[in-house]
Ligand binder design. Structure first.
Ligand SMILES: [Zn+2]
Length: 184
C-alpha cells in the first residue's frame, strides 16, 4: 500500500507539465503576451487552437526541446518576432518533426527542407500580418519573398535554404545539420 502511494506520487511528479527544461526560464507574463499577439491574426489563432504549447525562454535560438516538447524562445526577441517564430515552431508541432528517418540521407534532407521552407514561409507571413519590424531576425530572403508571386514563395525559401546549407542570418545550418544527423 505504501509502495503504491509512493509510485503514484512519482508518476505525478514525472507528468508535471509546468516545468521548463533545465536552464530555461519560465516567464509566464511574457509567454502570455506572445501567444496573445500570435492569436491576434487568423493563421496564428488557428495554430494555437490546436496546440497549447508550454513556452519557456533561453538565451539561444528558438527551438522545440526534443525531450519535453516545450517551445524554447530566444529571450532576445521582442513580442512580434517571437510570436511569428512561435508560429513557425507550431507548424513543426502540427506537422511532426522535419527530421524523419528515410531510405537515404538525400531523401531525409530534402523532406526536412520542404518542411522548413513551409514553416519559414508561414513565419514571414506572420511577420507581415503582425506588422513586425525586422530586429534580431533579419532574413535575407524576406524582401525577395514578397517580390515574387504568392505561389512561388515557398519554393524561393526552399531554394535559399538549399543554397545556404551551413546557415545564414536568422537561419540555422539546416541542410548540413539534418545531413549530419542522418549520417550518424
Ligand atoms: Zn523550423
Amino acid at each position: 500500500m505504501r509502495l503504491a502511494v509512493l509510485v503514484s506520487i512519482v508518476l505525478v511528479a514525472c507528468e508535471e507539465p509546468s516545468s521548463c527544461p533545465q536552464g530555461a526560464l519560465d516567464l509566464p507574463a511574457r509567454a502570455e503576451a506572445i501567444t496573445t499577439r500570435l492569436a491576434s491574426v487568423p493563421e496564428g489563432a488557428a495554430l494555437l487552437r490546436d496546440h497549447d504549447p508550454r513556452i519557456c525562454f533561453a538565451d539561444s535560438p528558438s527551438v522545440i526541446d526534443e525531450q519535453t516538447h516545450a517551445v524554447l524562445l530566444d529571450r532576445a526577441l521582442a513580442a512580434g518576432e517571437a510570436a511569428a517564430r512561435l508560429g513557425h515552431l507550431l507548424v513543426h508541432v502540427r506537422d511532426g518533426s522535419p527530421y524523419r528517418d528515410g531510405p537515404d540521407c538525400d531523401v531525409v534532407v530534402a523532406r526536412a527542407l520542404d518542411a522548413e521552407a513551409r514553416a519559414h514561409a508561414l513565419e514571414l507571413d506572420l511577420r507581415r500580418a503582425l506588422s513586425v519590424t525586422p530586429d534580431v531576425l533579419r532574413y535575407e530572403f524576406e524582401p525577395a519573398y514578397w517580390a515574387v508571386p504568392e505561389h512561388e514563395r515557398i519554393a524561393l525559401v526552399r531554394a535559399y535554404l538549399e543554397s545556404h546549407p551551413d546557415g545564414a542570418p536568422g537561419i540555422d545550418a539546416l541542410a548540413s545539420g539534418y545531413r549530419a544527423r542522418c549520417a550518424r
